[in-house]
Design a binder for this molecule. Structure first.
Ligand code: FES
Ligand code: FE2
Length: 433
């Protein structure tokens, strides 16, 4: 049975006005109700059924190399502390005091053996989240206080190629199984061999007044908007031309069966890189490990961009991780972490700095103009009855010699991988337990 057929048979939760979640997505017309962008009831369901279940990429191991190192991140709206314990293991603790709910650690990163809550002073172990003690412990709680009852909830932790993932889902499959064939592409971006990748600094973050899905669905392969919205980047010389291939509209996109998506393209600054690396001609639709530009969306919220900085020995030297943290139905925080190969040549580092400037300064600025306008429209009495359209359908086409798994769409980009995002969303939202 097709994915659409399976989903059509599901009932799923019914919203307060009697609308089943399933009815918000028209599987035949490939349209999505604008209501998914602003309805607080849908948002609450997303926090439970997506953000408290799925594996979410939170950072890079090189951000916390030493015992006691920590970073603070979010899983949905739940703040967490990602820390390295004395024995070198990574732990993810809910950053919410068991006493009265204060955020325990308010620093973005640092090194600490313990965390002391700023409100009444309860103290937690940095690695395990166990409660160690409290001020006036005897006077407050007596001799027999069982501190083991008040530790911080722990998320599951897994890493793949240095990327730290967390999940609060007890029944979510192990990470490698969860990633499925997407794992093949992740291995390809980073390479499974040394050298190691290292975070170039703290993540770049900013907040936008729009639902997280306006960012996430674009990250799943919307190359179509590049020609119009990002025209300024082309004018600045970051694209070798104005044709579909140079702009990344003629590319390869891949959807993998698990529903984790990768929109891959190569393009954009291929010429630029050729100059940089003095490389030869790059074969059309070659091996993704050789591409000069990769964009991959990883359900639910991650955007991985191997930005135009590869190719010495056919290997990516920089990856930019993006993630869209939900902050209520009408806001999100965008996070971008730049990760560089430890042996990246100086020219590549300089290029990486430049491309980060492009992504942060030009491309994200363009995108962040669109999201809030679409968000406002979704709240209008008439606007909310409109739909998002994914009607441009491509037939899968696998170029000869393509080395990777998944359903491959080579050629002019259409809506297919983005539509897969909505199928996967509907699957999460209609899954009980
Ligand atoms: S809220 Fe943390 S000690 Fe009271
Ligand atoms: Fe964009």
């Amino acid at each position: 049975m097709s994915i659409e057929g399976k989903l059509a048979a599901r009932v799923g939760p019914i919203l307060a006005d009697g609308t089943p979640i399933r009815d918000l997505i028209d599987l035949d017309k490939r349209e999505v109700s604008f209501r998914v962008m602003y309805d607080p009831e849908i948002y609450r369901l997303e926090l439970e059924r997506i953000f408290a279940r799925e594996w979410l990429p939170l950072g890079h191991e090189s951000e916390i190399p030493e015992p006691g190192d920590f970073i603070t991140r979010n899983m949905g709206e739940d703040p967490v502390i990602v820390s390295r314990s004395r024995d070198g293991e990574i732990a993810i603790s809910l950053n919410v005091c068991a006493h009265r709910g204060m955020r325990i650690c308010r620093a973005d990163f640092g090194n600490a053996e313990t965390f002391k809550c700023p409100y009444h002073g309860w103290v937690y172990d940095g690695g395990s989240g166990r409660l160690r003690g409290a001020p006036f412990e005897q006077e407050m709680y007596g001799q027999d206080w069982d501190k083991s009852q008040f530790g911080l909830p722990q998320a599951r932790v897994a890493t793949r190629l240095g990327v730290i993932f967390g999940s609060f889902g007890a029944n979510t499959p192990p990470l490698d199984e969860y990633l499925g064939e997407m794992g093949w592409y992740l291995d390809r971006f980073f390479g499974t061999e040394k050298p190691e990748f290292k975070a170039a600094g703290a993540p770049y973050r900013f907040r936008v007044a729009s639902n997280w899905k306006l960012g996430a669905e674009q990250a799943m392969g919307d190359a179509y908007h590049v020609k119009t919205l990002h025209e300024s980047a082309r004018q600045l010389g970051f694209s070798p031309g104005d044709d579909a291939r140079s702009l990344g509209l003629d590319a390869v996109k891949v959807a993998v069966p698990e529903g984790y998506l990768v929109g891959l393209d190569r393009s954009f600054s291929a010429e630029y890189n050729k100059e940089l690396t003095d490389g030869g001609a790059i074969e059309r639709y070659g091996d993704p490990a050789d591409w000069s530009h990769v964009i991959a969306g990883l359900y639910p919220t991650a955007l991985l961009t191997g930005v135009a900085v590869p190719v010495e020995g056919g290997r990516t030297h920089q990856v930019l991780f993006g993630a869209f943290d939900p902050c209520g139905p009408g806001a999100m925080q965008l996070n971008y972490l730049s990760v560089l190969a430890s042996d990246a040549p100086e020219a590549v580092r300089a290029q990486a700095a430049k491309m980060d400037g492009l992504i942060m300064g030009v491309i994200n600025t363009d995108d962040s103009e669109v999201y809030p306008d679409a968000q406002r429209a979704a709240g209008g009495a008439v606007g909310q009855k409109q739909t998002l359209k994914y009607n441009a359908v491509a037939e899968p086409f696998t170029p000869e010699g393509w080395p990777g798994p998944g359903t491959v769409y080579a050629g002019f980009t259409r809506d297919d991988t983005q539509w897969m995002f909505w199928l996967r969303w509907l699957e999460s939202m209609t899954t009980e337990g």
